[in-house]
Design a protein around this ligand. Structure first.
Ligand code: CA
Length: 413
């Protein structure tokens, strides 16, 4: 596909991608847009100019400050919009080309916002490598993996209110920890703030309470994917997690990338996941290519450093449990889902030492400090470090990427 718009070969936002986001520009109210090259297509203005003629889209949908109403229009509309925009981008003298000054907003000059209103957020724990590594540190080699882990996609319910978009700084949390087992616990700033490299999917179709989503249909309920940094305070987590699991060590902040990449855009990059042994119970069995070859990367940029240091290179395809299995399990008990809900994958660690998705694993619980480009070392995230996550698929000259998820860690306020 060739466009009259100049798009760099290595640009995440190619004509094959067309991810959705919410942007504001020149002090106006935030509204929906689609990223292309260095620009955002202003969907409200495009609709006004008649770009989507023949596609049933109510005016109000592109005036909203979240994508929820647009997502609710359903897959048929989303596909028609995508196709129309690809036609418009390929045709010289199309409506979009003729009105490009008004309809294309430079990304650099826009502010990006949370793309969806998130009702609920669930965090899975679906990487075999991550679960095994953490298990080894806590319980030792022999009991690393809990007996349930290979039978169900383990998860907990997170907190939606503290999810922020890329660019929004977060603060080192205060909390309770017990650094010395012989002494009582203490209260103070966390001494071990960590990132978790994750990918989250956005629910695109709701269910009723009591309804189950079969594993074979589960992908129809997914609108698209985001990069997700599930910030964690390891010292708080270690002390508090028994017996009910994650709480204050997790819910102080999670960060998401601003652009939702649709499943349709990811289609060319489908691949098979790991072999599942023992075979899952029938309600969780899937066939064929149920995951994506999506490269992931994490960098740390210390304050004042000239360049960032890449600390992790991983891939979405390493996950043991796929999204269809996660969603089928989540709804098997009748728990309902709503448009805009986020389901995060859990830390995505790979098989090699440089593919581990958290500092806890990369620096092996503080025993292997990581060198930074500025000569300092890290066992955790320091104050004024910026953590940057990136993700992209690339094949046969086609690139579909997620852009950046960038977060500055500030000291306790
Ligand atoms: Ca997590």
């Amino acid at each position: 596909m060739q466009s009259w718009l100049e798009i760099r070969q290595d640009c995440d936002f190619s004509i094959h991608n067309l991810p959705y986001g919410i942007f504001s520009y020149r002090g106006k109210k935030p509204r929906p847009g689609i990223a292309i090259g260095e620009f955002i297509i202003d969907l409200k203005q495009a609709h006004k100019k008649g770009l989507f003629e023949g596609i049933k889209i109510p005016d109000k949908v592109f005036k909203k400050t979240s994508l929820n109403s647009y997502i609710a229009l359903g897959q048929k509309v989303h596909r028609a919009v995508r196709q129309r925009l690809q036609e418009q981008l390929q045709t010289d003298n199309s409506l979009l080309a003729r009105h490009r000054d008004k309809l294309l907003i430079p990304i650099e000059e826009a502010t990006l916002h949370l793309p969806v209103q998130i009702g609920d957020y669930t965090d899975f724990y679906s990487s075999l490598e991550h679960a095994t590594n953490v298990g080894k540190m806590i319980r030792g080699q022999d009991n690393a993996l809990m007996p349930n882990w290979k039978y169900l996609p383990v998860a907990y319910h997170g907190r939606a209110s503290s999810i922020v978009v890329s660019g929004v700084p977060i603060r080192r949390p205060m909390g309770q920890s017990r650094p010395n087992d012989q002494e009582p616990p203490i209260f103070g700033p966390s001494r071990f703030v960590d990132f978790e490299l994750e990918v989250a999917f956005v629910i695109g179709r709701p269910t009723q309470l009591g309804e189950q989503v079969p594993v074979t249909k589960a992908e129809e309920y997914i609108f698209g994917l985001l990069l997700f940094n599930d910030w964690s305070a390891r010292d708080l987590q270690k002390w508090e997690y028994v017996p009910l699991g994650p709480f204050a060590g997790k819910n102080f902040a999670s960060s998401v990338s601003p652009w939702i990449v649709t499943l349709e855009a990811l289609e060319p990059f489908r691949t098979v996941g790991p072999i599942q042994d023992p075979p899952p119970l029938p309600y969780l069995q899937t066939q064929g290519k149920r995951t994506f070859d999506l490269h992931l990367e994490v960098s740390i940029l210390p304050k004042g450093a000239a360049e960032e240091t890449v600390v992790c290179r991983s891939n979405f395809k390493y996950l043991y449990w796929n999204m269809a299995q996660q969603l089928a399990h989540h709804t098997a008990n009748g728990c309902n889902i709503r448009i805009g809900d986020l389901m995060a994958s859990g830390t995505i660690s790979g098989p090699t030492p440089d593919s581990l998705g958290s500092m806890l694993e990369l620096a092996w619980n503080g025993t292997k400090p990581l060198p930074m480009s500025d000569g300092t070392t890290r066992i955790a995230v320091n104050d004024y470090d910026t953590v940057i996550m990136r993700g992209y698929c690339q094949k046969d000259g086609i690139r579909v990427g997620f852009g950046e998820l960038e977060t500055l860690l500030l000291p306790t306020g």
